[in-house]
Ligand binder design. Structure first.
Ligand code: ANZ
Ligand code: ZN
Length: 841
C-alpha cells in the first residue's frame, strides 16, 4: 500500500489535541471513578523499558475503561527523595533539588512522548514541602497514637551510603567459601552468605544508634490475615508477604530464674541468691519441654543487661555481639550465674546469653532442646550441654543418632513423665491445657520499620532534642520543617547545617537541636495514592470524602521487586490511617498486577547493565504496542528487533487499510455471504478483545486484532468491499487498537469518520449474538483445517467430505479456498464449485 504512516507527526498531532481538550482530566464530582495506578517512578534521570512496560499496561487499561464509559483516575507523580540524588549532586557539583528537578523535566517529557494519558493536573512530587509536610504530619499523628518509637538499637549500617538500612533493605548474597571473612565465624551454614546493601551491594555492618521506628509490628496480625482476602493480588506476592511477616503458632513458656550459683563459680560478687523473676520463652514445639537442658537469652534481653552488671564475662560478650554482623555471631555464648527452674520437672537449668537467640524474635529467649532443634543442637555441641531425646520417630525404622544430629520431626513422646506415649500434637494440646506455665501464643518475624536515615535528601523528622525535655515533636503550625540548603560534606549534610539545627524547645523554650535524621523514602510512597485524590489540598493530606468514594485503588501495576517493602508499608499506612479515623478503607489496593521483566540478550534491561533500548528509537507507539503484545504482563520477555518490527508493520497495515478505503471508494452495496461471514467475525473479535482487555491479556487482544485485520485485507483483495460492513470492520479495528496504540487509533478513526476522538468514543458493541459466533468460529477453524488438508494432500477424491465442508456456504474462507483451487470466482454457486473440484481431480 502506498499510504505511509508518519508516526512522528501523527504522535505529535494527537498529543497536542488531547492536551488541548483535557481529555484525561478527571472531575472531582465523579462518583466512583476507576482508579488505575502505575507505581510512580523514582526520579533517576531517564525512563527505562521497565517503566515503559509498566505504564503501557496501566495506560491501555485506563483507556479501555474510559471507552467502556467509566470515569477514570489515572495520575502520575514523582518519587523524588532518596540517596541517588544526593550522590549525583555530590559528583556533579550541583544540589539534589536541581538534579531531581532536571530528572523530572526529562522523564516527564519522555512520558509525554509516549502519549500516556495522565491527568497531569494531579501531578505530585514527593520532595516538595507541600507534599512532605504531610509525612511530618503523619509522623506526629502516629507519634500521638503510640505508633512511633525512639530507641537505641543495633542497626544495619551501610558504610558506603553512610546510612542505616531497614531489615528489608539488606540483601543476602552468596559468597564462595574461599571469600568468606574467616573472622572466627562458628556458624558454618551462614559463612556462605554475605549481607549487603540493597543499593550499592557493600557488605553491611552494625551500629548502635538512637533511631526512629514505626511500629508496624502492631499490625502484624492484620497484615498477615488480610492477605487471605486480597483475591485480586497475585498469589506469589501474597506468599512473599506472608513469609516476611512470618506468623508462627506456638506457646509461651514461663521459667523462674534465680542467680543461685554465684558462690560456686566465684565470678559473681554477692553470695546471696538473687531473684530475677521469670523469663518467658517462645517455642513452636512445647511438647519437647522435657528435653530442655538449658535456657538462653539474647544479648539484648533485659536479663542479660541485669547479669552484665555484676558479671564482666557477660558484659564483654554482650558488647562483642553488638558489634558483629548477625551472620557472624555463630554459636558462641556465655554461661551466667543464673539458673532457670524447669516448670514441669523442677530441675535447675543453666542460663546462657547467646547471640543465636535473636532479640526481637518471639520473646528474645529460648528453652534449649538440643535433641530436637538444629540451632540448639549446634549450641549444645559447642558448650558441652546434655542432649536428651524426648521425641521418637513414629516409624521405628528411622534411625536416630542424637549425638550427631537432632531429630526435628514430630513423633511419640518418651522420657516425658506422664506424657510418654502421646503423639506430638496430642501432647501439645494436653500441655497447654494442664500446665499453668504454658500458654498458647503466636509470634511474627516482622520487625518494626526503621525510618531514620542519616541523609539529607528526605523528609526531616519533625522533632527537636531538648536537654531537659528529651525528644519533643514540633507543633503542627510549624510544619513543614523544610530542608536547609544543601552543603557538600561527607556524612549527613543536616549535621553540618548549624543554623538550621539550633532551635528552641516547643515545651520549655530552652535551647534545643533539630533531629537531623530524615525519613526513609518509603514513607513518601506509602500514601501517595491518597494525595492524587486532592493534590492541591492545603489543610489536609487528602480529601476524606473523596477517599471514601474513590478508594481503594482499583488496579495497581508495578514490578514484583516491591512485593515486600512498598506494598507492605502501604498496607500498614492505610490501616494506621483508618485507625486514626482518617480513612474508611483498610486495604489500599484491590487488584495488583506485577509485571515481568524486559530482557535483552537474556539479561534484565536496565541502565546499569548498559543495554537499554531507548523507547524513542522505534517511535513511541511501536514500543508501546510491542511491550504489550510481546507477552502476558506478568511474564518476562525478550526484546528482539524482529518483533519490534512486527509491531511497527501492524501500524502501517492498519493505517494503510483505512487510508486506502477512504481514497479508493470502490465499494458495493448489495450483501453477499462473504459479508455475513465478515460481520460475524467483527462481532466475534469485539467480544474476544473485550474479554482479553478485561483480563489484562493485551498480547492476546493484539493477536485477535491482527487476525481481524488479516481477514479484512483478504476480503478486500478478493472483491470490492461492502461499504457498510467493511467500514465497520475498519472502525472496529481503530477502536480496539486504541487503548494500546492511541495515536494510531485516532489517526484511523479520524480518516474514517472525519470527526470525534477515539479516546472519547464508546467501546464497540457486537451487533449480533456473540456466544454463537464463538462456537461458529471453532467450527470454521476445524473446517478450514479440513479444506487445507484436502488442498495440501490433493485428497480431493472424497466427495462426501468436500460436500460437508462446502455445505456451510457462508464460510467465505472455505469458498475462497476452494475457488482458488479450481480457478473460479468466489461468488460461484457452491454446487458448481464442488463439481469443479471433483472434475479437477
Ligand atoms: C523449643 C524447640 C524445640 C523449638 C524443638 C523448636 C524445635 P523455627 O524453628 O524456625 O520454626 N526460637 C524462639 N525464639 C527465638 C529467638 N528469639 N531466637 C532464636 N530462636 C528462637 O522457629 C521456632 C523456634 O525458634 C522456637 O521453637 C524456638 O525453638 C526458636 F524441638 O523452642 B523452639
Ligand atoms: Zn525542653
Amino acid at each position: 500500500m502506498t499510504n505511509h504512516y508518519d508516526h512522528a507527526q501523527v504522535q505529535e498531532f494527537w498529543q497536542y489535541v488531547w492536551e488541548r481538550d483535557d481529555v484525561y482530566e478527571l472531575d472531582d464530582d465523579a462518583a466512583d471513578p476507576t482508579y488505575v495506578l502505575g507505581m510512580f517512578p523514582y526520579t533517576s534521570g531517564t525512563l527505562h523499558m521497565g517503566h515503559v512496560r509498566n505504564y503501557a499496561i496501566t495506560d491501555a487499561y485506563a483507556r479501555y475503561r474510559r471507552m467502556r464509559g467509566d470515569d477514570v483516575l489515572h495520575p502520575m507523580g514523582w518519587d523524588a527523595f532518596g540517596l541517588p540524588a544526593e550522590n549525583a549532586a555530590f559528583e556533579r557539583k550541583t544540589d539534589p533539588r536541581s538534579w531531581t528537578e532536571a530528572c523530572i523535566r526529562r522523564m516527564r517529557e519522555e512520558l509525554e512522548t509516549m502519549g500516556f494519558g495522565y491527568d497531569w493536573s494531579r501531578e505530585i512530587t514527593t520532595c516538595e514541602p507541600e507534599y512532605y509536610r504531610w509525612n511530618q504530619w503523619f509522623f506526629k499523628r502516629f507519634y500521638e497514637e503510640g505508633l512511633v518509637e525512639y530507641e537505641g538499637a543495633s542497626v544495619n549500617w551501610c558504610p558506603d551510603c553512610e546510612t542505616v538500612l531497614a531489615a528489608a533493605q539488606v540483601e543476602e548474597r552468596e559468597v564462595g567459601r574461599s571469600e568468606s571473612t574467616g573472622r572466627g565465624s562458628d556458624d558454618a551454614a551462614s559463612s556462605d552468605v554475605e549481607r549487603v546493601c540493597w543499593r550499592c551491594e557493600t557488605p553491611v555492618g552494625r551500629r548502635e544508634l538512637d533511631q526512629w521506628f514505626f511500629t508496624i509490628t502492631d499490625y502484624a496480625e492484620e497484615l498477615h490475615d488480610g492477605l487471605e482476602d486480597l483475591e485480586g493480588w497475585p498469589e506469589g506476592v501474597r506468599e512473599i508477604q506472608r513469609n516476611w511477616i512470618g506468623r508462627q503458632e506456638g506457646a509461651r513458656i514461663t521459667f523462674e530464674v534465680s542467680e543461685a550459683r554465684s558462690a560456686s563459680n566465684g565470678r559473681g560478687e554477692g553470695t546471696e541468691p538473687r531473684e530475677h523473676g521469670t523469663v518467658d520463652v517462645f517455642s513452636t514445639r512445647p511438647e519437647t519441654i522435657h528435653g530442655a537442658t538449658y535456657l538462653a537469652v539474647s544479648p539484648g534481653h533485659e536479663l542479660a543487661d541485669e547479669l552484665a552488671e555484676s558479671d564482666p564475662a557477660v558484659a564483654d560478650y554482650v558488647e562483642d555481639v553488638r558489634e558483629r554482623d548477625p551472620g557472624e555471631v555463630g554459636f558462641a555464648g556465655v554461661e551466667t550465674d543464673a539458673t532457670a527452674r524447669h516448670p514441669l520437672t523442677g530441675d535447675e537449668l543453666p542460663v546462657y546469653v547467646a547471640g543465636y537467640v535473636l532479640e526481637d524474635v518471639g520473646t528474645g529467649a529460648v528453652m534449649g532442646v538440643p535433641a530436637h532443634n538444629e540451632r540448639d543442637h549446634a549450641f549444645a555441641l559447642e558448650h558441652d550441654l546434655p542432649i536428651e531425646g524426648v521425641i521418637a520417630p513414629k516409624n521405628a525404622s528411622v534411625e536416630v543418632d542424637l549425638a550427631a544430629d537432632p531429630y526435628t520431626g514430630e513423633g511419640i513422646l518418651e522420657d516425658s513423665g506422664e506424657y510418654d506415649g502421646l503423639e506430638s500434637e496430642a501432647a501439645r494440646d494436653r500441655l497447654l491445657e494442664e500446665s499453668a506455665s504454658i500458654e498458647d501464643d503466636v509470634t511474627y518475624r516482622l520487625r518494626d520499620w526503621l525510618i531514620s536515615r542519616q541523609r539529607y535528601w528526605g523528609t526531616p523528622i519533625p522533632v527537636v532534642h531538648c536537654d531537659d525535655c528529651g525528644p519533643v515533636t514540633v507543633p503542627d503550625e510549624e510544619l513543614p520543617i523544610e530542608l536547609p540548603e544543601f552543603v557538600r560534606t561527607t556524612g549527613n549534610p543536616l549535621d553540618a547545617a548549624e543554623e538550621w539545627k539550633q532551635t528552641t524547645c516547643p515545651d520549655c523554650g530552652g535551647p534545643a537541636e533539630r533531629e537531623t535524621d530524615t525519613m526513609d523514602t518509603f514513607v513518601d510512597s506509602s500514601w501517595y495514592f491518597l494525595r492524587f485524590l486532592s493534590p492541591g489540598l492545603a489543610d489536609a493530606p487528602f480529601d476524606a470524602d473523596l477517599a471514601d468514594e474513590w478508594l481503594p485503588v482499583d488496579v495497581y501495576v508495578g514490578g514484583e521487586e516491591h512485593a515486600i517493602l512498598h506494598l507492605l508499608y502501604t498496607r500498614f499506612f492505610t490501616k494506621a490511617l483508618a485507625d486514626l479515623g482518617l480513612l474508611s478503607e483498610r486495604e489500599p489496593i484491590r487488584e495488583l498486577k506485577s509485571q515481568g521483566t524486559v530482557l535483552y540478550d537474556g539479561e534484565k534491561m536496565s541502565s546499569s547493565k548498559g543495554n537499554v533500548v531507548a523507547p524513542r528509537e522505534y517511535g513511541a507507539e511501536t514500543t508501546r504496542l510491542f511491550v504489550l503484545s510481546a507477552a502476558h504482563p506478568e511474564q518476562d520477555f525478550e526484546w528482539t528487533a524482529n518483533n519490534v518490527r512486527g509491531a511497527y508493520d501492524l501500524q502501517q497495515t492498519l493505517y494503510g487499510m483505512a487510508a486506502d478505503f477512504v481514497e479508493a471508494g470502490d465499494t458495493r452495496l448489495e450483501r453477499r455471504p462473504s459479508d455475513e461471514y465478515l460481520a460475524r467475525e467483527i462481532d466475534r473479535t469485539i467480544a474476544a478483545v473485550t474479554e482479553e482487555y478485561e483480563r489484562f491479556r493485551f498480547h492476546r487482544a493484539a493477536t485477535e486484532i491482527q487476525e481481524l485485520a488479516r481477514l479484512l485485507r483478504r476480503y478486500r483483495e478478493y472483491d470490492r468491499p461492502h461499504e457498510e460492513v467493511y467500514r465497520r470492520g475498519l472502525l472496529t479495528l481503530a477502536a480496539l487498537i486504541a487503548p494500546m496504540a492511541p495515536h494510531l487509533g485516532e489517526e484511523c478513526w479520524n480518516k474514517l469518520r472525519g470527526e470525534g476522538l477515539v479516546v472519547e468514543a464508546d467501546w464497540p458493541d457486537p451487533e449480533g449474538d456473540v456466544a454463537d459466533y464463538r462456537r461458529e468460529r471453532r467450527l470454521v477453524e476445524t473446517t478450514l483445517a479440513d479444506v487445507r488438508d484436502i488442498v495440501d494432500t490433493a485428497a480431493i477424491d472424497d466427495p462426501e467430505r468436500i460436500e460437508l465442508v462446502v455445505a456451510q456456504d457462508w464460510k467465505y474462507e472455505v469458498v475462497r479456498l476452494l475457488a482458488d483451487l479450481v480457478d473460479e470466482p468466489a461468488d460461484a454457486d457452491t454446487g458448481t464449485l464442488v463439481d469443479r473440484v471433483l472434475e479437477a481431480d
